[in-house]
Design a binder for this molecule. Structure first.
Ligand SMILES: Cc1cc2nc3c(=O)[nH]c(=O)nc-3n(C[C@H](O)[C@H](O)[C@H](O)COP(=O)(O)O)c2cc1C
Length: 383
């Protein structure tokens, strides 16, 4: 039988579910608490209605943008995903290649499987690096120097994870739990996915945290990932650290995990170049509002002074358009790239990025807009 061609987010998610061990699928899919914020992130984009316009010459539509002084094919970046490299063999390398082919930036997580050097050796243009604040500031300095040497010029400093949110799926699956029972549970789940076992950890090792491994030996084992985060991530981070980082990093600095207007203003006052309106894909504060709801107020407060990106629940080109109409300069996609990569490898991710761009182009055509800069509040149907 010839299989159907996975096309949408949901198609790729279904493929991933068949391919990945249960604990890994749930780690990517899940949110915190009862996952209401996760659900709201998605549902609230669907509430945003667009104005259908007609009889505009839309032959020459251009989805290209400049973000942070760099030219890209559309206003979208791949979000940092911890352990993203376990979705496919040397996963971050494949995702980087697909993002370059599609003309959009890739962001490497502090806790990626592939390290900065491995990516730098393959990169054709600068990629972005995401930083979590580690207790030892000497390690942080070494890591950002390493990022600079790897050609990164955009640093995404994530501030919404002073400690990890309660992710019940991870506990149930033994992902975040020490001991023999959890190990056996995960082993059973891995053995149920022999294709993944062969392709990813066996043929694609090592499965360690590529960048952090160099500096913190305990980072060599993603099995004790949660323990590592609990001990190494710094819960004492404050605005003083943003000032410190602003002085150290000569490139473009984005603060990721801003969901409040006051925090957004303070970030811009601290001299960051941009913010990412985010609730960490519904994985941190259960009960926090969706990013679609928070975006307009934040964009009104700081949009003139800094670049405003947004993530959480973006599934296709229509959502990208909606985000721009609500005031964003661009979006990040998280689970979308993980599912496309796990479900279809590099070609799958290239196809998904192509589909998103095409959907954005069609949305522009059907709303009578030719350039990205022309998408704004006027494009929203508020009647
Ligand atoms: C499995 C997973 C791991 C993540 N790891 C990181 C990370 O290491 N650093 C970070 O800043 N954000 C991380 N995030 C948050 C994403 O960067 C992004 O904010 C979120 O996925 C956006 O929501 P979406 O998945 O609905 O697109 C992670 C998200 C997921 C789903």
């Amino acid at each position: 039988m010839i299989r159907r061609i996975p096309t949408t987010f949901e198609d790729f998610q279904a493929c991933s579910r068949r391919r990945l061990p249960r604990f890994l699928y749930d780690y990517y899919a899940g949110g915190s608490g009862r996952e209401r914020t996760l659900a709201a992130n998605r549902a609230d984009w669907d509430e945003v209605r667009l104005r259908q316009r007609v009889l505009v010459d839309v032959e020459a539509i251009d989805t290209a943008v400049t973000l942070g002084g760099e030219d890209y094919s559309m206003p979208l970046a791949l979000a940092p995903i911890g352990l993203g490299g376990m979705a496919a063999r040397r996963g971050e390398l494949q995702a980087l290649a697909a993002s370059e082919q599609a003309g959009v930036p890739f962001t490497l997580s502090t806790v990626g499987i592939c390290g900065l050097e491995e990516l730098a050796a393959a990169a054709g243009r600068p990629f972005w690096f995401q930083l979590y604040m580690i207790r030892d500031r000497g390690v942080v300095e070494a890591v950002i120097d390493q990022a600079w040497a790897a050609g990164c010029r955009t640093l995404v400093f994530t501030v919404d994870l002073p400690m990890p949110g309660p992710r019940h799926r991870d506990t149930r699956n033994g992902m975040a739990v020490p001991g023999a029972r959890a190990r056996l549970l995960k082993l059973g789940q891995v053995l149920a996915r022999p294709g993944w076992l062969w392709n990813v950890p066996l043929r694609g090792g090592p499965m360690s945290l590529g960048t952090m491994n160099l500096h913190v030996p305990a980072a060599s084992d993603p099995d004790s990932f949660r323990k590592w985060i609990d001990t190494q991530f710094d819960p004492r981070v404050t605005w003083d650290d943003v000032d410190w980082l602003r002085k150290k990093w000569q490139g473009r600095l984005l603060l990721k995990g801003i969901l409040d207007r006051e925090d957004a203003s303070r970030a811009v006052d601290a001299g960051v170049d941009g913010i990412v309106v985010s609730n960490h894909g519904g994985r941190q504060l259960e009960g926090a509002d969706s990013t679609a709801h928070k975006l307009p107020g934040i964009a009104r407060a700081v949009g003139e002074r800094a670049e405003v990106l947004v993530d959480g629940g973006i599934r296709g080109g229509i959502d990208v358009y909606r985000a721009l109409a609500l005031g964003a300069n661009g979006v990040l996609i998280g689970r979308a790239w993980v599912w496309a990569l796990a479900g279809g490898g590099r070609p799958g991710l290239e196809r998904m990025l192509g589909n998103i761009r095409e959907e954005l182009r069609l949305a522009m055509a059907l709303t009578g807009v030719k350039r990205i800069a022309d998408i704004g509040p006027d494009c929203l149907d508020t009647e």
